[in-house]
Every structure is written in C-alpha cells, then in structure tokens.
Write a protein that binds this ligand. Sequence first.
Ligand code: PHB
Length: 394
Amino acid sequence: MTTTVRTRVAIVGAGPAGLLLAQLLRNAGIESVVIDSRSREDIEQTIRAGILEEGTVQALLAAGVDTHAHQVGMRHDGIELRFDGAGHRIDFADLVGRGVWLYPQHLVLQDLLGTLLPAGQDIRFELTAQRVEDVDGEQPRVVAVNAEGTEVEIVAEVVVGADGSHSIVRKAMSGSRAGLYREYPFAWFGILCEAPPSADELIYSNSPNGFALISQRSDTVQRMYFQCDPDVDPDAYTQEQLWEILQSRVPGTTLKEGPIFQRDVLQFRSFVARELRRGRVALVGDAAHTVPPTGAKGMNLAIADVLLLNDALRVLLLEDDIRPLEGYEQAALHRIWKAQNFSWWMTSMLHQVPGTSEFDAMRQLGELRSVTESRAGRTYLAEAYTGWPHPPLV
Ligand code: PHB
C-alpha cells in the first residue's frame, strides 16, 4: 500500500541546504516536507568540514535559525600558507574586512533541526527517496520507502534535490547526462584527536612530502588532514605512523599529539551537474555540485544556492510566476563556477601531484610566492575564502 502526502515543496535531503530551505519557506508561509534516508542521530553526528563564511552565518541568523555559531564557533581572521620552510599569513581582516567561523557542519545541523522541529516542520527521517515521477509535469512526485518497506508518495508543486552527491533527484532529472567533472590523483586522510591546538589559525601546508591542513575543533579536540593516495585503507596506519606523517608535512611546527579517535578518507572531486533545474524540479548543494575541501566552500556554496532558489520559489508559489525559477540555474552557476575555480586553484597550488616534474614543483613555489608576496594576490585569496557577497534577499 502507498501512502500519499501532499505539500507545496518536497525537499529530498535534510542536510544544511534542505533544512535551511525549509526554514526560509516557512518564513514565507510556504509549507514543505523534508525527507532523508538517515536517522536524526546520524545526521547530527556526521563529521564534516567546518568553515562558515561570515555571509553564511548572517544568512542563518536572518532566516531565524537559532544558531550558536557566534557563541560556540571560533572566529578566524586569517589563515597561514606554509611552504618552503616558512609561514605566510593571509590576514583576512586587514585585506577584506571579513573573517570566517570555524563551526562544524553537524552543529549547523543541530541548530537547524533544533529550530525547525519544535516549530512543527514536517521532517521524515529514515525515509529513502527511490525515484521522482512526472519530472516535467505540474505536480512532480517523490516516491520513497520507509524502514518498514512501506511506500510513501509525496506529491508537490516543486521538488528540490538537496540529497547530496549521489542524488536520486539529479538522476531522475538528467539520467546519465550527469555533468562536468574533474578527478584528482589524491585524497585527504582526516583525523580527530584529543590534544590542545597546535596553532591558533588554520595552516595549509605545501611540503615536499605532500599537503597537510592543521585545523581545530575546540581546546581539547583537533582536526587535521594530510594528502594521501585515494585508495588508502584508513586502518593501514598506526597512530605513531599518522603522527610521523603529519609532523613531516608541517616543517617548522611541532604538533601537539594526542590519541586519535577518528579517521576517515575524503575523496576529491570537482563536479557540476548539467542541469540544475528542469520544470519544477531543482537541485541545491552537493546534488548540484561538489568541490574539493581545500577551499572550504562546500557548505557555503550549498547555502548560496538555497538563498537564490528560495527567492525564485517565493515568486512562483506566492505570485504564480515561474520566470525566476527558470533563471535559477544561470544565477546559481555564476557563483558555483567561481567557487569551482577557487577550490581547484587552492588544491592545485598546495598539493603534490604524484610523479610531477621538478619544473612543476618549482613553478608551484613560484605561484605561492606570487600570491603571498603581493597584496593583490593575498586579497584575491581572502575575498574568495571569506566569500563573495550574496545578492540582497527578496
Ligand atoms: C575542517 O576544519 O574540517 C576544514 C577546514 C578547512 C578546510 C577543510 C576542512 O579547507
């Protein structure tokens, strides 16, 4: 038996993009249903990256999300690029008058769920989207199945795919015409450890042994990454070996070591979907694009998509005018390709490509010097890292 649910907007995926969209639609009195294959606990505990642009925090606050980013998060007014034995600070505050917030994604999700659920938002966990029907029609439908195997059909005026890089909604829209992408011959090995911070700010280090990133989580928990082979087995290394690798990649800093309690491998891919919208079906966030983590753009770009889509949906659903939705793809792609370029650029400037020529290795140092020794170069990096301004909200 199939249960049918009717709503105005069916949102597939309770990540930052899907949940923020639900909140913005609520603010305009537009009803939506959010579904996700994961449980609430899984969603709130998944370890992901943690840099929020100032504009992202502002967007959450303006949407009425009860976020603790400014209280619990750590404001960072710069980052360090380390190469050739020396550190070079990129002083965001001085260069562009903005900073970023280190506030992990699972806390953003806790804030969103903590705002939406008490307000009565319909969010259905452990309900897995199987397909989208009538993609080209006036009433697209999401067909999903719950843990008991019962089919639930959500009939809506608009379907939004906020369902991550393996998006079912994208598949329904575009089939195998997936999109444009680029692979990289490396991945990141990430660890969480119990130790005091090794640095006050993030260190992005290009060393002859490969890239490392020293990040933080709190006074007692730290997050670090190092460039690794994409096929590496996360359990292949002992804790001692992990510390040895990390230490060797940040010459000039003695890392404060402690027990490593979590390890994961992040694959690198740059991807932009061929279609971001078809009829009354649209994609946001990782369903629409993925970026390598080096530029810290993933969640910020997802939020930027949502701000644009929300404007378009308000006009469609409150004024019955579909034109802004028809312009959504072009509007979103403007920022997406800038972020793709920035993420690719940071990645290519900081990582060692296996088997690279000495020429390319020396050229890379030349590039890093060009950026760090020039105020214009540092400003370019700072502008992109802290985030380009959002268009004004409707
Ligand atoms: C993180 O803290 O997890 C992090 C920070 C900066 C990045 C990527 C990940 O570019």
